[in-house]
Design a protein around this ligand. Structure first.
Ligand code: AMP
Length: 396
């Protein structure tokens, strides 16, 4: 039996048909630019790729084509459940939830916390409910893994009313990935997850680090929104909270414009003046591009600071895990990061680091070092597993 995993973005729908037990993927694809004339749907199955034009198509139209493909492959009746990635579950969801009208309302209530992401998840859930009436649907949240943060880690030092009335606290994101790679790292280290204190670094277009103690998140670098923490492709990460007021006064920019720029025009893009993409940044830095070099250096400096701060949350560190597009592929970022953290007992094995590329992963540290590993994340498989787990629990 297969689980259909859906990840709905503001104008995209990513999907995969996955066996929760083995992680095997049968059909996957991506609908992009939904709502625009150039909307398209890519389907990958059995080594073959098809692309369909959607001409302004919606989530519902994309779902209809996915359904057709399942019929063509004779797989529609094999789909036993649908697992949705939902970015923000607020303080309400500390675990995945079987979707009911009340759960859908609660996801709606979290829209002010994730105004771009949660409406897309709701659109995806509604399209899937219409396309697969009667099939169990589960919401798996990016935030719920971090609901185990202690109060010292999740509270900001701000007026209590902001926290009580408006939910101003740290939530954390990328939880599905941090949880998955912590489990995989324990398997690679051949030690029970329950005995391990790990630092996981999810480095993709968005970047965050997490302190995982006995399989539970105890601190993370993202906060109320996915803007806090590390420098990212187009996101600034931490800035002085006084920046908004100062800039609004001296430049006349509005709060909305400043926030949009911190999300979409900052990070590697702003520092390099060139690109938000780490691979291109590294190529340009190697050619001597000064901005690209600066962006890469600041990224690594702030990443190393983030990793060191997670050590405070853990007390004792048993391993460091790199994942995400940058973490899995950039030997340069990994080497430069470890070079800044000798006080954590980290020493690089250069040839292992060069050999650890996407699809393989493995240890990258010297024998006398604190273990550092590359683990390939698989958020879709984690969603399929969590969906199966909660539905089994509900049925039992
Ligand atoms: P993700 O969001 O996990 O797909 O990660 C996207 C990021 O990974 C982008 O910044 C890519 O440039 C980066 N990335 C992918 N492949 C490489 C590579 N070979 N070297 C450096 N960065 C890479």
């Amino acid at each position: 039996m297969w689980t259909l995993v859906l990840n709905s973005g503001s104008s995209s729908l990513k999907f995969a048909l996955i066996d929760p037990a083995s992680g095997e993927t049968h059909l996957s694809g991506l609908a992009e630019r939904l709502g625009a004339e150039a909307a398209s749907l890519r389907l990958d199955s059995g080594g073959k790729r098809q692309t369909h034009a959607l001409h302004g198509g919606s989530y519902a139209e994309a779902m209809r084509l996915v359904l057709n493909e399942l019929d063509t492959l004779g797989l529609r009746s094999e789909v036993w459940a649908i697992g949705h990635r939902v970015v923000h579950g607020g303080s309400r969801f500390s675990s995945p939830a079987s979707i009911t009208p009340e759960v859908l309302d609660a996801i709606r209530e979290c829209v002010p916390l994730a105004p771009l992401h949660n409406p897309a998840s709701i659109a995806g859930i509604e399209a899937a409910m219409n396309a697969f009436p009667g099939l169990p649907q589960v919401a798996v949240f990016d935030t719920s893994f971090h609901q185990t943060l202690p109060e010292v880690a999740y509270r900001y030092a701000v007026p209590e009313e902001w926290f009580r009335q408006h939910g101003v606290r740290r939530y954390g994101f990328h939880g599905i990935s941090h949880a998955f790679v912590a489990g995989e790292a324990a398997r690679m280290l051949d030690r029970p997850l329950a005995d391990l204190n790990l630092i996981t670094a999810h480095l993709g277009n968005g970047c965050s680090v997490c302190a995982v103690s006995a399989g539970r998140s105890v601190d993370t670098s993202m906060g109320l929104t996915p803007l806090e923490g590390l420098v990212m492709g187009t996101r600034s990460g931490n800035v002085d909270p006084g920046l908004h007021d100062y800039l609004a006064r001296v430049s006349g920019l509005t709060l909305t414009q400043i926030t949009a720029a911190l999300n979409r025009e900052s990070g590697f893009l702003a520092l390099s003046g060139l690109t938000n993409d780490m691979r291109e940044l590294e190529e340009a830095a190697a050619r001597g591009h000064v901005g690209a070099r600066l962006a890469a250096d600041i990224f690594v400096y702030r990443l190393a600071q983030g990793i060191a701060s997670m050590a405070v949350a853990l007390g004792r560190v048993d391993g460091l895990v790199f994942t995400g597009g940058i973490g899995e592929n950039s030997a340069t970022v990994r080497a430069a990061t470890l070079a800044r953290l000798p006080f954590l007992g980290l020493k690089l094995d250069e040839s292992a680091n060069s050999a650890a590329v996407r699809g393989q992963g493995g240890p990258i540290s010297a024998p006398d070092s604190l273990p550092a590993l590359v683990v390939n994340t698989n958020e879709e498989w984690m969603i399929a597993r969590e969906t199966a787990e909660i539905l089994t629990k509900v049925a039992g």
